[in-house]
Structures are given as C-alpha cells and as structure tokens.
Design a binder for this molecule. Structure first.
Ligand SMILES: O=c1ccn([C@@H]2O[C@H](COP(=O)(O)O)[C@@H](O)[C@H]2O)c(=O)[nH]1
Length: 231
C-alpha cells in the first residue's frame, strides 16, 4: 500500500529493537520512515530490509559527503538496498552530485529519489558565520539549489522556512523538510522550524518529524494528531 501522507518519521534510536518497537506502532499508509546515522551505524542494512518487509518506504538519511566516485558508489549501494530516498550533501559540489545522478541513471529498475542536503535545519546565520559563510541561510540554500538543479537532483533537504522561495525558483525540486514542530513542541536543537501546516502551506513536499512523534508518550496518537491537523 502506498503512503497517503507527506510525513516521514525519523527512527533515531540506538538499537534495532527500539526502532522496530516504534515502527510497529506506526501505519505504513500514514507515514514513511527515516533511517539515519545512529540507527544505521548500529544496525546496518538489515534494519532497512526489515522495515521494508513491514511495508514502509525508507528514506536512508546518511547524508553522504565525499569525493565524487566514493559518494556515487555509496548511493548505488543504497539504491541496491531498495530504499525510496537517499541523500548527499550539496556542499560536496556539482561534480559530486552529478556523479551520483549518473550512477543511479545506469541502474535498471526503480531508482530512489536523489536528494541534496542544503543547510542543516539546526543552523542559523551565526553558525554559518562560524564556518566562514557570511551569508543568510536562505541565500546559501538558494545557491546550493541552483547547483542541485544543474546536477539533476530530484530534490532538497532544507527548512520549510525556505520552501516558498525555493518553489518559486526551482519548482521541479521536491522539498524534504526536517525541523517540523507541532505547536507547543520543544524546538530541541533545531533552529529553522515551522509547524506541519505552515510547512505544507509554504510548499514542503515531505515533512520529517522525529522527537515530537518518537519521544511522545503515545507515538501512534502523536502521528494521528499531525495527520488530522493536515487533513
Ligand atoms: O537539515 C537537517 C537534515 C536532517 N535532519 C534529520 O531530521 C530528523 C529531525 O528529527 P527531530 O527529532 O524532529 O528534530 C533527524 O533525524 C535529523 O538527523 C534534520 O533535522 N535537519
């Protein structure tokens, strides 16, 4: 069954058992799931396979960032696991992103969506200044979006705060937006946040939600509340 909502739940857990315990409370018709660095480093490809067997489409969020050949081979390996979405950092540059696109285009069968990470949603202008970028986050995101378009990427990871400007400049790119916080939720380490409804109104295609669902007393109810808010 294909997923009927734009919600991607981040399974940020230290073990396969903890991640699967949450997945078992979720409905693959109501959300996709995201496997990130913590879970993948502990549990490897087997946890992705198990989630797929349970009917979930999986976003493998490993944010590859390396030389073009290494990154392209990593993306190919992800595609061969059958994931729905995979990502690389746009700041790896045009040649790196183009190498990934080229590698995926060689594959027979269904390709994963190839997504470029722009500026992490945990960063604000001060953080960019700290790494030598004297520029507003949205300006840097738009600059990287231009490169991603040139490389033939399918979409971007960005903040929903940039979605309006990105959709105007690059309507073909699918926007995957973490930093989603239902009203009243703690921001945690996120800095560029919006609520689920605000994000969709701004033009987000997919909403990545972690702690507001995974750390809720009743994760299924927390997911249902977001689904209801979006209906
Ligand atoms: O810019 C980015 C890129 C990725 N993430 C990931 O999304 C989730 C968000 O989790 P929350 O608990 O809802 O904050 C997490 O897995 C990050 O690694 C991001 O937040 N920002």
């Amino acid at each position: 069954m294909s997923c009927q909502t734009p919600i991607i739940v981040a399974l940020d857990f230290p073990s396969r058992d903890a991640a699967l315990a949450l997945a078992d409370q979720l409905d693959p018709a109501l959300c996709r799931v995201k496997v990130g660095k913590e879970l993948f480093t502990r549990s490897g490809p087997a946890v992705v396979e198990t989630l797929q067997d349970k009917g979930f489409e999986v976003f493998l969020d490993l944010k590859f960032h390396d030389i073009p050949n290494t990154t392209a081979m990593a993306v190919k390996a992800a595609a061969e696991m059958g994931v729905w979405m995979v990502n690389v950092h746009c700041s790896g540059g045009l040649r790196m992103m183009a190498a990934c696109r080229n590698e995926l285009d060689k594959l027979a069968g269904k390709q994963p969506l190839l997504i470029g990470v722009t500026v992490l949603t945990s960063m604000e202008q001060e953080d960019l200044a700290g790494i030598g970028l004297d520029i507003a986050p949205q300006e840097q995101v738009l600059r990287l979006a231009g490169l991603a378009t040139q490389a033939g990427m399918d979409g971007l990871v960005c903040s929903a705060q940039e979605a309006l400007a990105l959709k105007a400049a690059h309507p073909a790119l699918q926007l995957v937006t973490p930093g989603i916080r239902p009203a009243g939720s703690a921001a945690d380490d996120q800095r560029r946040i919006l609520t689920p409804v605000e994000a969709l109104q701004a033009g987000s295609d997919f909403l990545v939600i972690g702690r507001p669902i995974s750390q809720a007393a009743d994760p299924a109810q927390a997911l249902a509340a977001v689904v209801a808010e979006l209906a």
